[in-house]
Design a protein around this ligand. Structure first.
Ligand SMILES: Nc1nc2c(ncn2[C@@H]2O[C@H](COP(=O)(O)OP(=O)(O)OP(=O)(O)O)[C@@H](O)[C@H]2O)c(=O)[nH]1
Ligand SMILES: C=C(OP(=O)(O)O)C(=O)O
Length: 223
């Protein structure tokens, strides 16, 4: 079995638009980059992930991917998460992947040990879909596909339910797996407050995001 992680990353200067105007453009960009590096770090530390494909048109994100032994793939179209993920899935199949873990770059708390538990869980079927919902139970923060083309990812509003319906319509076993460290994706100001709270409540995890938020607090305090 060969598990590839597929990580789509929007250009940092275009990312996290829903955090505007609460967070200025500079900190928004820095947050997007810090969260990406934390997700990439967790993927590289996960024993269950064999390779990481990063789909991005951002030159900085491409360079960081290489530094983490991930494979950067350009995304000239920049036509949304689903199209980017589909390109990554196709490339993963060419490289021999037998399943793919479709991730997002805005889940900085992700814990590699929890990824290993998710990926290592014995499954009787060869063809299956695992949906990891967000903390509201409506979004999809990770999608495990075996084989990689078992289902066309359909990220977006209410995607957790949609992915389950698509799997059922395809006659494929589907599992909804809550993963505590994958519950929080940072899209809205409310998500950002939740992130600040969870970072403050723990000593470890999300090192780059933690550092960026601490720097932001210091900068604001100096004003
Ligand atoms: N490569 C690539 N990644 C994308 C694209 N659109 C979104 N993503 C990534 O897909 C994941 C989920 O996207 P969103 O939650 O919508 O992130 P976002 O677009 O920065 O947030 P908003 O600007 O608020 O929509 C994140 O990792 C994004 O970086 C795209 O067109 N190309
Ligand atoms: C992409 C998704 O949501 P968001 O845009 O809120 O990250 C999703 O949950 O499928």
């Amino acid at each position: 079995m060969s598990t590839f992680a597929i990580l789509p990353v929007k250009r940092f200067e275009e990312a996290k638009g829903r955090l505007d105007p609460g967070l200025a453009a500079g900190p928004r960009r820095a947050l997007a980059e810090a969260m990406y590096v934390d997700v990439l770090t967790a993927l590289r530390r996960s024993r269950g992930v064999d390779r990481v494909l990063v789909l991005t048109a951002d030159p900085g994100a491409q360079r960081v991917a290489e530094g983490y032994d991930a494979i950067p793939l350009d995304d000239p179209a920049e036509s949304g998460q689903n199209r980017a993920v589909l390109r990554g899935v196709a490339h993963a199949r060419e490289l021999g992947a037998t399943r793919v873990l479709c991730m997002a770059g805005d889940t900085p708390m992700v814990d590699p040990a929890e990824l290993d538990t998710l990926l290592g869980r014995p499954r009787t079927a060869d063809r299956y879909v695992v949906v990891v919902p967000d903390r509201h139970g409506s979004g999809t923060n990770a999608l495990l596909l075996s084989p990689p083309d078992v289902l066309a990812p359909s990220f977006g509003v209410d995607s957790a339910h949609r992915h389950q319906v698509l799997a059922e319509e395809a006659g494929v076993a589907v599992e909804v797996a809550e993963v505590e460290s994958l519950g929080l994706d940072v899209d809205t100001p409310e998500d950002l407050e939740a992130l600040r709270a969870v970072v403050a409540s723990r000593r470890g995890g999300a090192a780059h995001t933690r550092g960026m938020l601490n720097q932001l607090m210091r900068t604001n305090a100096e004003r």
